[in-house]
Design a protein around this ligand. Structure first.
Ligand code: ADP
Length: 296
């Protein structure tokens, strides 16, 4: 089902404009909401999860008015918040069973099936009788997904789920998310470009409460083809390159500084055309260099 967000705005009481007329069409499948810290992602996620009021705008999930029909939407919703608190002294099984009761799964046999199934799906079955306090960050996040999937939700919202996970756990977590299925609408908010590159067929880039770019991930990458140029520079020359060229990123590669420049034509000075990746789309967009929008 499609999630349709129109002109959503939110200003906090301290005057911070967290969302400024945000409009997005989010089809079913995995959708990545990418932006730096402070972009407004969590504000948007909490509003969609019915935990926070916005000032104006509308959100529809299919026919359902998300901002008005809160009880209805909660029945269809699974949510993994950014800071998911757990009770450290209870076991994974006990807490998931407790959440299942809260979700209305009163039949004991059925509940056991569902809880066991989710623990298996999230690869936590073998540790189900361990206390949550001893879980690693990755195990905690997988438990977070297990509770978000209770009640077979149609709309799943996960806020910065891979922050702080080691690479192996990130891959594991990605595999888990990608198995959720294309028939659900999964909204993933993150500041980590590879989360979106690996998982999301559709995406948006948001910064300072504005949607800067949205569309199918591959078309957004295709749109920077022929525009990204790369070369190694001496660290001491970086500032002067930044003055002469639209440098969108600089990073160390094997101890040398590799810069990427955004340019419609060959910038000269020994630059070579690079294969544009999602990271280039992201940095060029955040830097205000790139605006080509591919409509969903
Ligand atoms: P993100 O999730 O992308 O990091 P947030 O939605 O958390 O962004 O924050 C967007 C902006 O709103 C930031 O400038 C943040 O400091 C501010 N903000 C978030 N929550 C509050 C709040 N409860 N009161 C005031 N300002 C807030």
């Amino acid at each position: 089902m499609q999630l349709q967000i129109r002109n959503l705005s939110k200003t906090y009481s301290n005057g911070v404009v967290a969302l400024d007329k945000v409009s997005l069409n989010i089809p079913s499948g995995m959708f990545g909401l990418l932006g730096p810290n402070g972009a407004g992602k969590s504000t948007l996620m909490r509003t969609l999860a019915t935990l926070q009021e916005c000032d104006s705008g509308s959100v529809f999930f299919g026919e359902l008015d998300v901002l008005d029909d809160k009880d209805e939407i909660r029945r269809l919703l699974g949510y993994l918040p950014q800071d998911f608190g757990l009770y450290p002294k209870v076991t994974a099984y006990e807490l998931l069973d407790h959440f299942a009761v809260l979700k209305g799964l009163s039949n004991r046999t059925r509940r056991r099936e569902v809880v066991d199934g989710l623990l298996q799906q999230t690869n936590l079955f073998d540790v189900r009788h361990q206390r949550l306090g001893g879980f690693s960050g990755g195990m905690r996040q997988r438990f977070g997904i297990a509770q978000a999937l209770l009640g077979d939700p149609q709309l799943i919202i996960v806020d910065e789920p891979t922050a702080g996970l080691d690479p192996e756990e990130r891959v594991r977590f990605h595999n888990l998310l990608s198995d959720i299925g294309d028939d659900k609408t999964v909204l993933l908010s993150t500041h980590i470009v590879s989360d979106v590159a690996d998982l999301c067929a559709n995406m948006a880039i948001i910064n300072k409460g504005h949607v800067l770019l949205s569309g199918p991930t591959q078309s957004l990458i295709d749109a920077v083809r022929d525009k990204i140029w790369a070369r190694f520079v001496d660290k001491k020359d970086l500032a002067s390159f930044q003055q002469r060229h639209a440098v969108i990123s600089s990073r160390l590669l094997s101890g040398r500084t590799l810069i990427h420049v955004y340019s419609d034509s060959d910038p000269g000075e020994g630059f070579e055309e690079a294969i544009g990746e999602l990271e280039d789309v992201y940095f060029a967009t955040i830097a205000g260099r790139h605006r080509a929008a591919a409509e969903l």
